[in-house]
Design a protein around this ligand. Structure first.
Ligand SMILES: [Zn+2]
Ligand SMILES: [Zn+2]
Length: 292
């Protein structure tokens, strides 16, 4: 029986928006995922360009809006849509931005910096909504009555993975994460923070949904080691070992056209044939909705 959780993808592209005819099926907006919980809590994961259209639709609703925006990290593709999120411009709305602090700057500073006049005409302080910031570090939190666990993941400059648990449903958001390949040895392996995979495996175990960065084919990965993204086989390996129910491939490479992502999804299914763990695997596209 479904408990009434909706997950909707508003942006699934990694690194940079990719408009154009070659990207119609999966979409060109950068990461943004809406999670709507049964008590109507609104959780948004990342504020890539996909958040703009989500914001436009939210503005059509009536009454005061409350949204929690969880940021995986602060690379452009994950925050660039934030200044275009219209609910932030409406008095009475409450927008809570959650994420980690960095050594270089606090969370609120990082976000207000991208709205300095050099980059954008409206300052963060001028937004009409009540803008709040909540710093998260690794651990377990209750946010708006919902359990949200966080874990640091393997990405240049640090990133954070999120796990929401609502009743028996567990939804995991892990983008911009480089899984250590099983063949990595010696000095090659030293490029990685050693134990993130083990921590991730523990926290995603038995998940109903794992949304994970799968930017590269195995071949492409070999020439992109250390860039902070995973290959398809590593993601599949993690999901199988974690006995995940549904694996959603995310953060598609900007150079992967629709046909190439179709091949990714097909390879994923083929790999699962004959596996003793039944798992659904698919490539995410803009507008895709999942219900739990
Ligand atoms: Zn990214
Ligand atoms: Zn990144």
């Amino acid at each position: 029986m479904k408990v009434g959780i909706k997950v909707k993808f508003w942006g699934v592209r990694g690194s940079i928006p990719t408009p154009g005819a070659k990207y119609i099926k999966y979409g060109g907006n950068t990461p943004c995922v809406e999670v709507r919980l049964p008590n109507n809590q609104l959780f948004i994961f990342d504020a890539g360009t996909g958040i703009r259209e989500l914001g436009n639709i939210l503005c059509k609703g009536e009454g005061r809006l409350k949204a929690h925006i969880f940021l995986s990290h602060f690379h452009w593709d994950h925050i660039q849509g934030l200044p275009f999120f219209k609910p932030s411009y409406i008095k009475g709305n409450e927008i809570v931005i959650l994420g980690m602090d960095l050594q270089e700057a606090r969370l609120d500073r990082i976000i207000s910096n991208q709205m300095e006049s050099i980059y954008f005409p409206v300052k963060l302080q001028s937004l009409s909504a009540h803008m709040k910031f909540q710093i998260l570090s690794e651990g377990s939190n209750i946010i708006d009555g919902v359990k949200v666990d966080t874990v640091y993941i393997n990405h240049p400059g640090q990133a954070m993975g999120y796990v929401i648990t609502f009743g028996k449903i567990k939804i995991c958001y892990f983008t911009d994460n480089e899984l250590v390949p099983s063949w990595a040895t010696g000095s090659f392996k030293l490029k990685y923070k050693s134990d993130t995979r083990e921590n991730i495996l523990k926290i995603i175990s038995g998940a109903d949904l794992l949304i994970h960065d799968a930017q590269y084919t195995d071949e492409e990965y070999k020439t992109n080691v250390g860039w902070g993204h995973s290959s398809l086989s590593e993601v599949l390996g993690l999901a199988k070992e974690g006995r995940v129910n549904r694996l959603a491939l995310f953060h598609h490479d900007p150079d992967h056209f629709d046909e190439q992502i179709d091949i990714f999804a097909a390879n994923c299914k083929e790999n699962l044939n004959g596996s003793n763990h039944v798992m659904e695997c698919f490539a995410t596209h803009e507008g895709m909705e999942l219900h739990f």
